[in-house]
Design a protein around this ligand. Sequence first.
Ligand SMILES: C[S@@+](CC[C@H](N)C(=O)[O-])C[C@H]1O[C@@H](n2cnc3c(N)ncnc32)[C@H](O)[C@@H]1O
Length: 307
Amino acid sequence: MSSSAPKLSLAEANRKYFDHIHDSYDEKPWFAKVNQLVTNDLRDRLDWVGIPFANTGSSSDAKDVRLLDYACGTGLLSRIYAPYVTVTRGIDVSPNMVATFNDRARATELPESTIHAVVGDLFDKANPSPAQFSGPEWKDFDLAAAGFAFHHFEDVVHAAKCLKERLRPGGALVINDFLEGGDLKADENGEPILGTEGNHAVHHHHKHGDGEDEKKHDNDQHHHHKHGHHDKNDHDNDTVRQNLNASIVTPHFTIEHVRNFFTEAGLVDVDVVTMKERVYMEFGGVKLWRTILFAKGRRPMEEKSEL
Ligand SMILES: C[S@@+](CC[C@H](N)C(=O)[O-])C[C@H]1O[C@@H](n2cnc3c(N)ncnc32)[C@H](O)[C@@H]1O
């Protein structure tokens, strides 16, 4: 980005990046593998979420279960929970991601009343109660889920709080994201390079500190700067990477950081776990293995809605 380019807000940077890549977002074979592993893991831990689901065969099954898939993208979390919920609503800041979500939902022949996504942003502090989301359709969810999304949010406590507000008392928030120190570099063939444990997904100029105080990061520090990438072939990857980095605030989370911001947001029964095996991913042309974490927390039973 040239210094004269107008500075995008974080939500705008996200819209720009994800609008641009929506076609290819989850088409790569490595991505399908990541999504399969996340699917297996989350479906194995339905009980862990702590709410009754539908169609699990358990005597505690619920008849109606409503899911809010926030920052839904093309709908990974919606697909994961689809068998066990009865209504899904998606929200994403990127119109192209929402269009892809809805194309795929239509292909399942489920009606819009069952599954549908819209463009929106629940975290805009200049517009804290968007009229678009004031109806009952957008409240009292049993489950809110945000997949690979919290690393894009400026203020994670605010984000968790806004999502908690959309839950019924006792409803749960589930997220997945990336573990601090959980990356491993990969070689040209994608093979892990042992001994490279660390944070390799996003290049920083400034240190992030201990990860506990990341609410007000200036997004500028996440812009990619050239590091001797003079090869012309690197140019495309460099541009994608720049846009990717501009959309990311917190590339990695410690378990403690997630536990703290869930708790600070007023969630209870909080738990944060990691996947045992690293997963292979590519970011703006960079090959690496990453560790995925899952977190859950519930809205207290006794809490009244402020919406
Ligand atoms: C890495 S993708 C993940 C998509 C999907 N949840 C998944 O698990 O595959 C992150 C998504 O977050 C969306 N996003 C970023 N900031 C947002 C915000 N403030 N509100 C809503 N969506 C946002 C982006 O547009 C993008 O679709």
